[in-house]
Design a protein around this ligand. Structure first.
Ligand code: BG6
Length: 309
């Protein structure tokens, strides 16, 4: 058995012998599809998402670098658009590698796809807005039960720079339990954030503490800083069953975002308009402070999303 693979210079895809699959646009190195062995899509992608490179993709896993949101008060990144330029730049496909979970376990292959972006390949307008020499390597690993995405930022400049990174994952929320009448976000619960402090962006950026499991009952936009180790999973349950586990590596924040009715209505590329009932962004990142990278230094952060059922 072999991994099936294709690359048409705009999109790279891979299918494991066991049926799991992955599709990634070179535009933004955006993962736009991740399916399990039954062909069930795990990521939410808007029906109106632009996949032609004209706008950041609404759905999948856009990459946020070097600024989360906008930072008008941070001089070095103040000129950049919301969420920076990684998600709107064309990346280079660097290659693929496969591995077996154990020697001789060819039926249990996983595949890793590597993408690169560095300062000389940015358009001149973006270079002018953020004039640093950097190198990004983004690795996406598809295994039978999980997806890992990992970003390494290297400072290639002779001066330090500040950056933030975030993996803006749109999870697809879809109940498979036919005995549960309401098949959407109303049945979703997020655990693993209890006692974490968070900045509530829909309540004047006040700082609060999560008391128990989180449910989504309206517009939600929160930047969590869990005090638990990043290896403790944030779990998304649907109707009480684990749908996803999100484990972080070296990323101290988790953003939880759902636009709900009004914000979804206001986004031209958000469709269907009630799609917010079928999506939930759980976004591991390093966004609470700035990562200062000295010349030659690197920062690496990763997430592993496990499939619960
Ligand atoms: C989230 C932010 O990460 O991304 C939200 O916390 C923001 O504030 C959302 O609205 C979507 O951003 P964008 O730029 O893709 O519309």
């Amino acid at each position: 058995p072999q991994v099936q693979f294709s690359d048409d210079n705009a999109r790279v895809s891979a299918v494991l012998p066991t049926g799991e699959s992955l599709e990634i646009l070179l535009y933004g190195a955006t993962v736009i599809s991740w399916k399990d062995k039954n062909g069930d899509e795990k990521l939410w992608l808007s029906d109106a998402a632009k996949l032609d490179g004209s706008k950041a993709v609404r759905g999948g896993i856009p990459l946020v670098f070097p600024v989360f949101g906008t930072a008008p008060d941070h001089a070095a990144t103040a000129k950049l658009p919301q969420h920076g330029f990684a998600r709107t730049s064309r990346w280079e496909f660097l290659g693929k590698s496969t591995s077996e979970s154990a020697p001789g376990q060819a039926a249990d292959l996983s595949v890793k796809l590597d993408f690169g972006l560095s300062s000389p390949s940015l358009d001149s307008e973006t270079q002018a807005k953020w004039p640093y020499s950097f190198n990004l390597i983004y690795s996406v690993t598809l295994s039978r039960e999980s997806l890992t995405t990992s970003l390494v930022v290297t400072n290639d400049d002779d001066k330090p720079f500040d950056c933030q990174v975030l993996l803006h994952t749109y999870l697809r929320v879809k109940l498979t339990n036919p005995s549960t009448p309401q098949k959407d976000i109303a049945n979703v619960e997020i655990t693993g954030l209890s006692s974490a402090s968070y900045v509530d962006k829909v309540d004047g950026a006040t700082t609060k503490t999560q008391s128990s499991a989180l449910t989504i009952t309206g517009e939600t936009d929160r930047v969590y800083t869990p005090s638990t180790p990043p290896s403790d999973p944030v779990t998304v349950l649907e109707g009480g069953k684990t749908a996803f586990t999100v484990v972080r590596d070296n990323l101290s924040n988790v953003v939880v975002w759902n636009p709900w009715t009004d914000k979804a209505a206001g986004m031209a590329d958000f469709a269907p308009k009630d799609g917010f009932k079928n999506m939930l962004c759980v976004e591991p990142g390093a966004v609470g402070t700035w990562q200062t990278l000295e010349p030659g230094d690197a920062f690496e952060g990763a997430q592993t999303i496990g499939i619960g059922y």
